[in-house]
Design a protein around this ligand. Structure first.
Ligand code: AHM
Ligand code: MG
Length: 348
C-alpha cells in the first residue's frame, strides 16, 4: 500500500463522529464546517497582513474599551456572515459586539449558540506573532427555535458546551477542537495548496505536570501576596519537583495555550490591581476562558479561576472577566492551592 495522497480531512473526521452518534442530525456538522470556512478566509487574510495596507488601528474602540484593529473587524464580520445564514443558530456572542448577535429575520433559526473571540491576541498582528480564533458551542436550553434569543441562551456555564476549540494562525494554521464526553481533542493542520485541514494531532493529551509557566510578570507589582508567592514558587530551585520551571509568554493566549497543551505547563492571567475596572484580570470568561477550559479538560488538564473550575462558573454578563489558571492538571491544582489559601495541603 502506498502512502495516502491526502490524509483525513476535518470534514471526514466530523462526519465520522456524526455517524457514531445515532441522534445526530447533521446540524452540528454544518455549523462546524462553516466555522472552518470562515477560519480559512481569516487565515488567508492574516497571512497577507504584511503585504497589504491592512495593518494599524481603525481608531474604533471595542466594548472592552480597547483599540480594535482592522483584522479583528474583518474576522468578526466573516464569522458572523458565514454562520448566520445556515439555519442552525439562535444567536451568537463575540468579543467585538457589546450585545447578543441576533440572526437576521430573513434566515431560518436553529438551537445552537456560538460564542467566539474572532481574533485573539490581535495586538500581535503587526509583529508576526501567532494569533487565533477561539470558539465555544452550546445548545439553546429548552426553547423553540422561533422564539427571540435571550441572554440566558448564552449565559450558560462552560461545562454545558457541546464543542469548543480554536484556530491558530502561526507557522501553519491549525484547528484544535473537541466535542467533549471522552471524544478527545484533535488537531488539524491547513494544507494551503489543497485548501483542507488535515488530521495532524490525534487525541492530544496534556502532560500531567509541565515545566513551563506563562504569565505577564510585568504585572507583578499589581498582584496580591498569594499570586506573587505562587509565581515565585514556580521560579524557585527544587530538584525533586523539577523547579525552576522555564518561562514562556508571547502575550497571545491561543499561542501560549497551544504550546502548553502540547508540551505541558501552566498559563496564568491572575486578578490584578492594574485597572480598578478589571479587578478580575483581563481575560473574558465566555469567549476565551470557557472554550479553552473545555478543551484542556478533555485533554486531561484543568482550568481554574483560582478558587474552583472555570467550567462551573455561572456567568452573569456577556463580557465578564475572570482570572485564569489553565494547563497541566497538577500545575493548575498547585496554583489554585496558593490562590485559595490551601497551599499547604499540596506543597508540603
Ligand atoms: P485580546 O482578546 O484583546 O487580543 O486580548 C487578549 C490577550 C490574550 O491573547 C493574551 O493572553 C493577553 O491578552 C495578553 O495580555 P497582556 O498584554 O496584558 O499580557
Ligand atoms: Mg481575546
Amino acid at each position: 500500500m502506498g502512502k495516502k495522497e491526502v490524509g483525513t480531512t476535518i470534514t471526514q473526521h466530523i462526519l465520522s463522529k456524526q455517524r457514531e452518534n445515532s441522534e445526530a442530525t447533521g446540524a452540528f456538522t454544518i455549523l462546524l464546517n462553516e466555522l472552518v470556512v470562515a477560519a480559512k478566509v481569516i487565515s488567508r487574510e492574516v497571512n497577507k497582513a504584511g503585504l497589504v495596507d491592512i495593518l494599524g488601528a481603525t481608531g474604533t474602540i471595542n466594548v472592552q474599551n480597547e483599540e480594535v484593529q482592522k483584522l479583528d473587524l474583518f474576522a468578526n464580520r466573516i464569522i458572523i456572515e458565514r454562520l448566520q445564514h445556515i439555519g442552525q443558530l439562535c444567536c451568537m456572542c463575540s468579543e467585538e459586539n457589546a450585545d447578543i448577535i441576533e440572526i437576521p429575520a430573513r434566515y431560518p433559526k436553529g438551537n445552537y449558540v456560538v460564542v467566539f473571540d474572532p481574533l485573539d491576541g490581535s495586538s500581535n498582528i503587526d509583529v508576526n506573532i501567532s494569533i487565533g480564533t477561539i470558539f465555544g458551542i452550546y445548545k439553546r436550553p429548552d426553547c423553540a427555535p422561533e422564539t427571540e434569543p435571550l441572554l440566558g441562551d448564552i449565559l450558560q456555564p462552560g461545562m454545558k458546551q457541546v464543542a469548543a476549540g480554536y484556530f491558530i494562525y502561526g507557522s501553519s494554521t491549525v484547528m484544535i477542537y473537541t466535542t467533549g464526553n471522552g471524544s478527545g481533542v484533535h488537531g488539524f493542520t491547513l494544507y494551503p495548496s489543497v485548501g483542507e485541514f488535515l488530521l495532524s494531532h490525534e487525541d492530544i493529551k496534556i502532560p500531567e505536570r509541565g515545566k513551563i509557566y506563562s504569565v505577564n510578570e510585568g504585572n507583578y507589582t499589581y498582584w496580591d501576596e498569594k499570586t506573587r508567592a505562587m509565581v515565585d514558587y514556580f521560579k524557585t530551585k527544587d530538584a525533586d519537583t523539577g523547579r525552576p520551571y522555564t518561562s514562556r509568554y508571547v502575550g497571545s493566549l491561543v499561542a501560549d495555550f497551544h504550546r502548553n497543551l502540547l508540551k505541558g505547563g501552566i498559563f496564568m492571567y491572575p486578578a490584578d490591581k492594574k485597572d480598578p475596572k478589571k479587578p478580575s484580570g483581563k481575560l473574558r470568561l465566555m469567549v476565551e476562558a470557557n472554550p479553552l477550559a473545555f478543551v484542556v479538560r478533555e485533554a486531561g488538564g484543568y482550568a481554574s479561576d483560582g478558587n474552583g473550575p472555570i467550567l462551573e462558573i455561572d456567568p452573569k454578563e456577556l463580557h465578564q472577566r475572570t482570572p485564569l489558571y489553565i494547563g497541566s492538571k497538577k500545575d493548575v491544582e498547585l496554583a489554585e492551592a496558593f490562590i485559595s489559601g490551601k497551599k499547604n495541603e499540596l506543597c508540603a
